[in-house]
Structures are given as structure tokens and as C-alpha cells.
Write a protein that binds this ligand. Structure first.
Ligand SMILES: CC(C)(COP(=O)(O)OP(=O)(O)OC[C@H]1O[C@@H](n2cnc3c(N)ncnc32)[C@H](O)[C@@H]1OP(=O)(O)O)[C@@H](O)C(=O)NCCC(=O)NCCS
Length: 163
């Protein structure tokens, strides 16, 4: 896991450390429940290298988390975003946007082709994520929820695999 380079919202987002791990797991479990282990995204995360991860804390309490994983999409280097979660009583305050912003900064710093995720288009399109109909995942996924944020002009096409 790298230490973050330039973070646009660094005042409350920091790189995840080993000391954060237990609270991150609890936050993600509370946000998604055990059903998340059945998701195709989890198949990627099981074997991919965690490329970076960020947390937010307020008064010592973990309030948000996001992780990024190294993948390739038919040979293109990219990052896979998720899970992203904010504690329920801190939502709608822009923290989710700050976490996504940290991920975009990380992807720009690394010079990867883009950021892939499986998520709600209504939420993620505001950051520039677009449907990626030509990208396939190693398992079933609603194609409307497979989203790509381009960092370079390379167009993703083919199978997304852990790297
Ligand atoms: C998604 C999540 C991380 C957003 O965090 P947040 O701090 O509330 O995000 P922001 O404050 O930056 O943005 C809030 C906006 O996102 C919308 N939003 C939140 N969750 C959403 C979702 N799952 N789908 C669509 N829109 C969502 C809110 O309605 C709000 O919209 P508005 O700006 O039009 O009012 C948070 O709601 C969460 O942890 N949800 C549970 C876990 C989850 O579903 N994660 C993956 C989402 S695909």
C-alpha cells in the first residue's frame, strides 16, 4: 500500500494504516452486510494487490473508508475502487466525495488508464464515472453499474483482472 501523494482534501482524509483495519472492516460490514462477500467485486479484491486505501476520522472515530486495488483491463493498468463507505450519521456531508477525490488523485499520480468500480451511476457520475459497456468482470455484474473514470485517453475493453 502506498502512502498518498497529493490529496486535495487532506485535511480529513489520510492513508489507511494497519491500526485502522479492524474499524474499517466493521464500517464496511455495517454498510454492506455479509452479502458483500458474494459480489463479483469481492472476487477481484480476494486476489488483487491493495494499491492504496484512505480513511477519515473525526474526533478519533473512523467515519469513512475507501480502498483501491490494482487491476488490468485487457492489459491496461487501472485501479478498482471499493468498497467505499461512510458511517450513516456522517453521510450527505461531502465525505464520500472527498474519499472519491482522494482515489482520483491517487490514480492520476500513478498514471493508470482509469478507475473502475461497480456502483450506483447516480452517485458516481458526478465525479466523471461513465458506463463501461465493453468491460467484463470475472463474474456476473449489472452492466449499468460497471463504471469507468478515464485518467488517460485509453478506452477500456475486455476482461478486468486482479494485478
Ligand atoms: C455512498 C456513500 C459512501 C456516500 O457517502 P456520503 O458522505 O453520503 O456522500 P456525499 O455526501 O459526498 O454525497 C451525498 C450524495 O450521495 C447520494 N447517495 C448516497 N448514497 C448513494 C447511493 N448508494 N446511490 C446513489 N446516491 C447516493 C446522496 O443522496 C447525496 O445526494 P445529493 O448530493 O444529490 O443530495 C454513503 O452513502 C455510504 O456509505 N453508503 C453505504 C455504502 C454504499 O452503498 N457504498 C457504495 C455506493 S454504490
Amino acid at each position: 500500500m502506498s502512502l498518498a501523494p497529493a490529496l486535495s482534501n487532506a485535511f480529513r482524509i489520510t492513508p489507511e494504516t494497519d491500526a485502522d483495519r479492524e474499524e474499517v472492516e466493521a464500517l464496511v460490514m455495517a454498510a454492506f452486510g455479509p452479502g458483500r462477500f458474494a459480489k463479483t467485486a469481492e472476487r477481484i479484491r480476494e486476489t488483487a494487490h491493495m494499491s492504496a486505501a484512505f480513511v477519515a476520522r473525526e474526533d478519533g472515530r473512523l467515519t469513512g473508508s475507501v480502498r483501491l486495488w490494482s487491476i488490468t483491463v485487457d492489459g491496461l493498468d487501472a485501479l478498482f475502487l471499493g468498497p467505499i463507505a461512510v458511517v450513516s450519521d456522517a453521510r450527505r456531508g461531502g465525505l464520500g466525495a472527498d474519499l472519491v477525490g482522494a482515489c482520483i488523485g491517487e490514480a492520476q499520480h500513478r498514471g493508470v488508464a482509469g478507475v473502475l468500480l461497480v456502483g450506483d451511476p447516480h452517485y458516481f457520475e458526478r465525479f466523471g464515472f461513465q458506463p463501461a459497456p465493453d468491460v467484463r468482470l470475472p463474474g456476473p455484474a449489472d452492466p449499468r453499474r460497471v463504471l469507468w473514470l478515464p485518467i488517460t485517453s485509453a478506452a477500456p475493453s475486455g476482461l478486468a483482472l486482479p494485478a
